[in-house]
Write a protein that binds this ligand. Structure first.
Ligand code: KDG
Ligand code: MG
Length: 403
């Protein structure tokens, strides 16, 4: 069997998605997610110029060798563009292999370790009362775990918070980056009262998560972790930018609030110290940005030795193809923690028909051979690419800060 054709499909059914489709000479096809939010066309160019011509004629069953060829063989290693492109090829190849075997992907990985995959949803509001309303809606839908993000008094816009309550949140919202203003002091003064209110209203059983989106320094993160300890969060995410892995030692020394990191990571080299020193509890590097199943399996296996569980990134910029593959991975991986879930728009779901299903706060990946997600190319062609970038962030005095 050889790879006979390879193409990249760009579509925007409400937001941009990049999908790689590989076809074999035996008529079996596989797809992988190549979407990198706000930098979509850089992955398209990487795939079309450098990867796809080299794939034609290769045996699609040799997934590991192709992975090594694209990573080790390219000389220029790592980075989000490269690793998203490699991930798209890898997931498409696993899709093909599972279809050839006539099995759902989780069987090929080693079979199910659980019956269903717990996901967390997002509840956002401009103030605490509207947050409580949104949390209630999620609980009524059956979610057992909810990430809560709230507007901050005195700040015009806050990351993670929908502009209109109840509407989907999409941060990549303009041709050139929008500029937001941030105050760490205002944020730190507000967040503990948010979680006090949520716990008071919903009791102890609901799992609560919160994303700091890289905004703090380690000592500020230590303060936040300590102040919200009474509310027993499931995790506090990305409390500081994690290039300096050792900086988490300071946070860990001061708080027992569990920590999640890694949605911007693409390699074990980004997180080996965080994992090995047990400085985090959950690793979030998603299949689509971290070199696919072949590479994330290595990260997850390493993490298991150090009591670190998975909690994959699953915002709407990770396409249904990534979600489908992730749910197979989540079903199999022994050290699974939780999976993020933000519902895609109806148009997106129509462009990407899928076998995965939601019920009562959990997903199942479906039983069809492969990862169970397809692309309707005719429909995809009706939604042309619409350039949109993520915002940038400044402190109140104008200093550029982490978004
Ligand atoms: O593309 C960036 C988004 O996916 C990110 O801002 C969402 O932080 C995020 C999360 O935890 O889902
Ligand atoms: Mg995040």
């Amino acid at each position: 069997m050889i790879i006979r054709s390879a193409k990249v499909i760009v579509t925007c059914p409400g937001r941009n998605f990049v999908t790689l489709k590989l076809e074999t000479d035996e008529g079996i096809s596989g797809i992988g997610d190549a979407t990198l939010n706000g930098r979509e066309m850089s992955v398209v160019a990487y795939l079309e110029e450098y990867i796809l011509p080299a794939l034609i004629g290769k045996d699609p069953q040799r997934i590991e060798d192709i992975w090594q060829y694209l990573y080790r063989g390219a000389y220029w290693r790592r980075g989000p563009v490269t690793m998203t492109a490699i991930a798209a090829v890898d997931v498409a190849l696993w899709d093909i292999k599972a279809k050839v075997a006539g099995m759902p992907l989780y069987q090929l990985l080693g079979g199910k370790s659980r019956e269903k995959v717990m996901v967390y949803s997002h509840a956002t509001g401009l103030d605490i009362d509207s947050c409580l309303n949104e949390v209630r809606k999620k609980v009524e839908l059956g979610y057992k775990a909810v990430r809560v993000q709230c507007g901050i008094p005195g700040l015009a816009a806050t990351y993670g918070v929908a502009k209109v309550p109840g509407q989907p949140y999409e941060p990549a919202d303009s041709r050139l980056p929008a500029e937001h203003v941030w105050s760490t002091e205002k944020y730190l003064n507000h967040v503990p009262s948010l979680f006090a209110a949520v716990r008071k209203e919903f009791g102890d059983d609901l799992l609560l998560l919160h994303d700091v989106h890289h905004r703090l320094t380690p000592i500020q993160a230590a303060r936040l972790g300590k102040e919200i300890e009474p509310y027993h969060l499931f995790w506090l995410e990305d409390c500081v930018p994690a290039e300096n892995q050792a900086s988490f030692e300071l946070i860990r020394r001061h708080t027992t609030t569990p920590l999640a990191v890694g949605e911007v990571f693409n390699s074990l080299h980004d997180c080996h110290e965080l994992i090995q020193k047990q400085l985090i509890d959950y690793i979030r590097a998603p299949l689509s940005h971290a070199g696919g199943i072949t590479n994330v399996r290595r990260i997850a296996d390493f993490a298991a030795i150090f009591h670190v569980k998975t909690g994959f990134h699953g915002a709407t910029d990770l396409s249904p193809v990534c979600m489908g593959a992730a749910l197979h991975f989540d079903s199999w991986i022994p050290n699974f923690g939780i999976q993020e879930h933000m519902p895609h728009s109806e148009e997106t779901d129509r462009v990407f028909p899928h076998a995965y299903k939601f019920s009562g706060g959990f997903f199942t990946p479906g039983e069809v051979p492969g990862h169970g997600v397809d692309i309707n190319e005719e429909l995809a062609a009706k939604y042309p690419y619409n350039p949109a970038q993520l915002p940038v962030n400044r402190l109140e005095d104008g200093t550029l800060w982490n978004w």
